[in-house]
Write a protein that binds this ligand. Structure first.
Ligand code: PEP
Ligand code: MN
Length: 338
């Protein structure tokens, strides 16, 4: 259910509606808008009676939300959401470019790459301290030491940090060091982690599971927002198909599909989406042309020696070229990136 307040509704009337919702054992989610405030309701297991809310002062209308996801849907909030990561906007008119290595390997490696991507025009820096690897014998990440390196990189470069949390314990550590927490494809339906992320004080970057449908992706997003964390942005990173010329098949059609159904920002990761260095730049351009709010790309200055995902890492000079391309493209699709 969505309660739409009248445009002149007072703070007191809004408070009275939220209190009424709580008194019914439900959870109110106030959503301030340019014109009027709306209040989403979650926690009901059956349909609610609109009349129950429409009699309250200041209420214009109570609307049943038809989609299974509520708070992330455009039915509940028509305007695009803008998330703030380390003081920088994600979503809205300006494109966001996230870059960095797959994994934090050492302070020297991380700083070298961070300086190069910052000079080229990256907005946020990525790097995994906790790596979910297919093989238990592969490099698993530096853990806490990796987070400390990332914090140092932020100090040196001024770039906000985004890094993955793989479970509830690492989420607590990521919150202490990073500006945003990534939930990876393998954890998109780790519901206890999603709920924990929903209670986090930092923004969450949720990647699509490698075989998740659009509805499953948005329901996973709903888990985070329903716990109270509205600072959420999404990422398409490729899905499993029969095609074997790439690591995954980047599903760019999900970008306009998400935009149609949800107000959340959505970025695209062509690095995991293709797994091949030569395909990253063309698909990053395609993602922006398709309406994505930005891209996340893996960059390494010495990919042959990278401890994970070397074959898909682009070189710093390729990244600089990509940023130039995206600047040029931004104007064509009504976006900016200066
Ligand atoms: C990553 O971004 O480092 C990563 C592991 O991605 P994904 O979860 O999409 O595989
Ligand atoms: Mn990777």
């Amino acid at each position: 259910m969505l309660i739409v307040m009248e445009s002149g509704a007072t703070e007191e009337q809004i408070r009275a509606v939220t209190e009424r919702i709580r008194a019914l054992g439900l959870r109110p989610h106030p959503i301030p808008g340019a014109e009027r405030t709306a209040i989403g309701i979650t926690g009901n297991h059956g349909p609610l009676d609109p009349a129950e809310f429409e009699i309250l002062p200041g209420v214009q209308q109570a609307i049943r939300v038809t989609k299974p996801y509520k708070l992330v849907s455009r039915e509940v909030k028509a305007a695009d959401s803008v998330v703030t990561v380390g003081g920088r906007p994600v979503g809205g008119k300006r494109l966001t470019i996230i870059a960095g290595p797959c994994a934090v390997e050492s302070e020297a490696q991380t700083l070298t790459i961070a300086q190069r991507v910052r000079e080229a025009g990256a907005d946020l820096f990525r790097g995994g301290a906790f790596k979910p690897r297919t093989s238990p014998y592969s490099f698993q990440g530096l853990g806490l030491k990796g987070l400390q390196i990332l914090a140092r990189v932020r100090e040196e470069t001024g770039l906000p940090i985004i890094t993955e949390a793989v479970d509830e314990d690492s989420m607590a550590m990521v919150e202490d060091y990073a500006d945003a927490a990534q939930i990876g494809a393998r954890n998109m339906q780790n519901f206890s982690l999603l709920k924990r992320a929903g209670k986090s004080k930092i923004p969450v970057f949720l990647k699509r599971g490698m075989s998740a449908t659009l509805d499953e992706f948005l329901m996973a997003a709903e888990y985070v927002v329903s716990e109270g964390n509205y600072q959420l942005f999404l990422c398409e990173r490729g899905v499993r198909t029969f095609a074997d010329h790439t690591r995954n098949t980047l599903d760019l059609a999900i970008v306009p599909a998400v935009k149609h159904l949800s107000h959340l920002p959505i970025l695209v990761d062509p690095s995991h989406g293709t797994g091949r260095r030569d395909k990253v730049v063309p698909l990053a351009r395609a993602a922006i042309a398709a309406g994505a709010d930005g891209v996340m790309v893996e960059v390494h200055h010495d990919p042959a020696r990278a401890l994970s995902d070397g074959p898909q890492a682009i070189l710093p000079e390729q990244f600089a070229g990509l940023v130039r391309d995206l600047h040029a493209l931004a104007g064509l699709v009504g976006r900016t990136h200066d």
